[in-house]
Ligand binder design. Structure first.
Ligand SMILES: [Fe+2]
Ligand SMILES: [Fe+2]
Length: 157
């Protein structure tokens, strides 16, 4: 049960949602910072899209907190597992861009695991569906970041 340690301290859905909203804000801010140092227009575009989706996640979580209906279908996403096997260091000011990609992919992996764990523990159908949707989106983010890593760092087409 160590992998769900993060949410063991949560007592109420409000705690969970507040934590998730905070994580989404951090993710959006991190992509904002990365966009400034991205080397190519394609990379800037990708990071901008991820930033927008994190903002949307925050909005969906806030809607759920207000108990408005949220209905999104989860999707199946391939996991390249590249970042799982690389050492990730905490970010520092002169961190190379490839390290930032890996760091971000690892954060996405954690976000996906958090939402999957929350989905499993949700009693309400609407909550479970949103958490499953968000888990799918974070898995997609991980995939897109790892695909960029492959393209730019491993030099594949
Ligand atoms: Fe997110
Ligand atoms: Fe994400």
């Amino acid at each position: 049960m160590t992998e769900i340690k993060d949410e063991e301290r949560f007592r109420t859905i409000e705690d969970i949602l507040a934590f998730a909203v905070q994580r989404e804000e951090e993710a959006a801010a991190a992509y904002g910072t990365m966009i400034a140092t991205a080397m190519t227009p394609g990379l800037k575009k990708l990071l901008g899209e991820l930033l927008d989706e994190e903002k949307n996640h925050k909005r969906l979580l806030l809607e759920l907190a207000e108990d408005r209906t949220v209905d999104r279908e989860p999707e199946n996403v391939t996991d390249l597992r590249i970042s799982d096997y690389l050492i990730s260091e905490p970010p520092h000011p002169d961190m190379g861009f490839q390290d930032l990609l890996i760091f971000a992919a690892r954060k996405e992996h954690k976000a996906a695991r958090l939402y999957s764990a929350l989905a499993l523990r949700s009693a309400k159908n609407g909550h479970r569906k949103l958490f499953e949707f968000l888990a799918g989106q974070e898995k997609t983010h991980k995939l897109r970041l790892e695909s960029e890593y492959e393209k730019y760092v491993l030099g594949e087409d």
